[in-house]
Design a protein around this ligand. Structure first.
Ligand SMILES: *[C@@H]1O[C@H](CO)[C@@H](O)[C@H](O)[C@H]1NC(C)=O
Ligand SMILES: *[C@@H]1O[C@H](CO)[C@@H](O)[C@H](O)[C@H]1NC(C)=O
Ligand SMILES: *[C@@H]1O[C@H](CO)[C@@H](O)[C@H](O)[C@H]1NC(C)=O
Ligand SMILES: *[C@@H]1O[C@H](CO)[C@@H](O)[C@H](O)[C@H]1NC(C)=O
Length: 506
């Protein structure tokens, strides 16, 4: 989160943070998703002609010019002497010297491109002030009285401390529109017919009653690691696992499916309730009986995509290495899509920002427990996935680490498909009160009868899967990572030759 404020300070100096605190905007800033802060910093430094430029030139720059005369701040009064020593910074570094301030904040690695240089003609107000000897103001003496808007200001608001954490912000209901689903484009009539037929085979599967039984059945239906009879499925009720986790590997020792049934009761029992608190009428669990629905066209389900993508990214192969990519336009008349040079977040993350934050907050402990489970039980897979999640632009943090995306399917019963865009695995965890709805994995011939709070990690990129019929209320959380993120991880979308890209080495 600190990276967001650093990016803004790179745009508007440390004084912009004081303004943000004074206006009580710190939780709004802390809640920004994607790399908005980098775009804002660019807007501050060199705003395009028009209203933004007018605002910076006539309001923001003069305001900061006044602030720095009134409150001369020094780096030494803001950061501890240990940090200054480690970074080799002079205690004399004044924050009111915009060039040096920019130099300082540009040095912070944000895993993205450095912000464009400041347009000194637009920021002229800050450069004309004489910079004589000043008595530094220490930051802690800047109390709220200095920041308080005059009481005759009609839009005055009650004071909130700059130290207020983001928890206090009330959660507002947001109406949620039907998410566009990549699955829908794939569900042709043929696919539906195929799925219905396949479901019939799967319904005939005999349930295993214990781990030993499962082992035996597995050895029977595979020959040399391949299912020998199509149409044959093994049904795995979670009770057969006896509260143990199950890890099935393919013969080349790759993870095929991992099932966890060990979610602590304190999380499992409240899962569906807390899920339902997150959404309003437009995205809520409803009773369904898919056995009856099946004769009709199955209703379009609703999905929420809270995802980082790197698809259709603008790659930097032939670009000059010393120019910020946002100043480049492609030669072939196509406008470069600047928002896709780096990985970007889905529109639904911006559109339902508050719902997103609320959801991530109430599920924080659950996701943290899942993260620990994967780290402990699947250390290799964890380290591969978390490399990407640790390298998000703007130092963004993924609440579903080691994955970077969360998709919520509500009232859904998926038809047969593969998620070829996934980086190998996805994690599926159902919530709700339902019977049926098992996850059928076609090629390995398994039906996983996951209960709310059980989860399965499986190779969604190359294993065909669909849901069995269910009765009741059911939603599933799907955690995954866009496999195109690897292009960012490996060569930063081929911008790694670029002098203005500042990121950590892998
Ligand atoms: C700075 O802003 C002015 C006014 O819009 C513009 O003419 C100039 O090109 C800008 N300078 C840079 C380096 O972008
Ligand atoms: C608010 O009060 C200040 C000082 O008392 C005064 O200069 C300013 O004009 C007032 N503003 C308005 C909008 O009344
Ligand atoms: C650029 O990419 C963003 C993110 O996907 C998209 O929302 C936007 O419409 C694109 N802009 C253009 C001009 O294609
Ligand atoms: C940028 O590109 C130049 C030339 O291609 C290369 O020498 C340099 O190491 C690159 N810088 C970074 C930070 O990758």
């Amino acid at each position: 989160m600190g990276s967001k404020f650093i990016a803004l300070a790179a745009g508007g100096s440390i004084y912009i943070l004081i303004v943000i605190a004074g206006l009580g905007l710190q939780s709004r800033i802390g809640n920004m998703v994607g790399t908005l802060q980098c775009d804002l910093a660019t807007l501050f430094r060199n705003p395009p002609e028009g209203s933004m430029q007018h605002l910076v030139e006539t309001k923001i720059a003069p305001m900061i010019a006044q602030m720095k005369v009134k409150y001369p701040l020094y780096i030494a009064t803001i950061f501890s002497s240990a940090i200054l020593r480690d970074l080799g910074l002079s205690r004399e570094l004044a924050c009111d010297d915009l060039d040096r301030s920019d130099y300082f904040f540009d040095a912070v690695i944000l895993n993205s491109f450095t912000i464009v240089p400041r347009n000194k003609s637009i920021w002229a107000a800050c450069y004309t002030q004489s910079t004589g000897q000043k008595i530094p103001t220490t930051l802690h003496l800047l109390n709220h009285m200095e920041l308080y808007t005059p009481s005759n200001w009609t839009a005055s608001r009650s004071y909130t401390s700059p130290l207020t954490d983001i928890d206090e912000e009330m959660y507002d209901d947001t109406s949620i529109s039907r998410g566009s689903s990549p699955l829908l484009s794939l569900t042709g009539k043929d696919r539906d017919r195929w799925t219905i037929q396949e479901r019939k085979y799967a319904e005939k599967a005999i349930a295993v009653c214990s781990m030993d039984d499962l082992q035996e059945k597995l050895t029977n239906i595979y020959k040399h690691g391949i299912k020998c009879t199509e149409k044959e499925y093994i049904h795995i009720p979670m009770s057969a696992l006896n509260d143990k986790d199950l890890n099935i590997r393919s013969c080349d020792d790759r993870l095929l499916v991992f099932i966890s049934t060990s979610m602590p009761a304190e999380f499992r029992d409240s899962l569906t309730d807390i899920f339902e608190t997150c959404f309003d009428q437009s995205f809520c669990l409803v009773e369904r009986d898919t056995w009856k629905d099946e004769t009709h066209n199955h209703p379009a389900f609703q999905s929420m995509y809270w995802s980082w993508y790197n698809r259709h990214g603008t790659r930097g192969d032939d670009a000059p290495s010393d120019v910020q990519p946002c100043l480049l336009e492609r030669q072939d008349c196509m406008h470069t899509n600047h928002s896709q040079i780096m990985p970007y977040v889905s529109r639904e993350m911006h559109g339902h920002e508050e719902t997103y934050h609320h959801f991530m907050k109430v599920f924080q402990n659950v996701f943290e427990w899942i993260r620990t489970m994967i780290e402990t039980c699947l250390p290799e897979e964890y380290s591969v996935l978390s490399q990407v999640a640790r390298m998000l632009p703007g130092n963004a943090y993924s609440p579903v680490h080691p994955f970077t995306s969360l998709v919520i399917n509500i009232n859904a019963q998926t038809q047969g498909h593969r998620d070829t865009g996934d980086q190998e695995f996805c994690l599926v965890m159902p919530v709700g009160t339902y019977t049926g709805g098992g996850l059928a994995l076609v090629e390995p011939g398994l039906i996983l009868d996951l209960r709310p709070g059980d989860f399965a990690i499986f190779r969604s990129c190359d294993v065909t899967h669909f849901n069995m019929n269910y009765r009741g209320k059911r939603a599933s959380l799907v955690l995954h990572t866009d496999k195109e993120m690897n292009a960012w991880l490996e060569r930063r979308n081929n911008w790694d030759h670029n002098l203005t890209l500042q990121s950590y080495t892998n």
